[in-house]
Design a protein around this ligand. Sequence first.
Ligand SMILES: Nc1nc2c(ncn2[C@@H]2O[C@H](COP(=O)(O)OP(=O)(O)OP(=O)(O)O)[C@@H](O)[C@H]2O)c(=O)[nH]1
Ligand SMILES: [Mg+2]
Length: 221
Amino acid sequence: MTRLQINQDLKALNNQIAVENREKFAAHNVYVINIMGSPGAGKTTFLENILPKLSLELRVAVIEGDLATQNDALRIEKTGVQALQINTAGGCHLDAKMIKNQLSKLDLDVLDLLIIENVGNLVCPAAWDLGEDQRMVILSVAEGEDKPAKYPIAFLKADTAVITKTDLLPFIDTDVNVMKKYIAEINPKVQVFTTALKDGEYEADQVVQYIREAVRRKQCR
Ligand SMILES: Nc1nc2c(ncn2[C@@H]2O[C@H](COP(=O)(O)OP(=O)(O)OP(=O)(O)O)[C@@H](O)[C@H]2O)c(=O)[nH]1
Ligand SMILES: [Mg+2]
């Protein structure tokens, strides 16, 4: 069997399990977001700051994906939200079976929203459907404005993009409008948001509102 064939078989199996996950989430009315982005883009910081706001109206849980450590799950638990950590031991992405294996630890009947933070990188996670409703790419201004153009795959299938760390713009030469233009050129359907950490306040109201409305839309279907 060739390597290509093995890869195609793995993808086919993954897609089948992703369909099962999606059906299960739909049956329990749980909205699922799959977050991907480079190491250090600010994914966990984003979650630490939006979870207290989302939790005012929604019942939320988080699955964290990393090669090693429990660090991110421990950070999320401090917000009072249940967090499950998957360690991929070298794997550069989560797959649908890893998510399926966690579902017995979650009571889907008492959840509105499940957020999955994928393994930090802008390439491999994009190829693996987990059964999510929304794919969100998080990238920081510190990575440079050309990153969407250089790593287009994640943006091709994204529903939303969150540009983080805009508080750093005065200190670096990234043009956030050029970054947005690159995203729009790859996929004009992506809804783009920005966040900033200013004077100890994390500004993310628009994306919080967008997530709330997306969850409610699924529940009304
Ligand atoms: N100035 C500034 N720093 C931020 C912001 N968001 C995150 N950071 C910092 O960026 C660093 C990385 O943040 P994380 O949230 O751990 O990034 P991550 O994407 O979860 O990283 P991995 O899980 O390792 O891929 C930390 O030192 C954060 O404090 C922001 O909006 N502004
Ligand atoms: Mg993280």
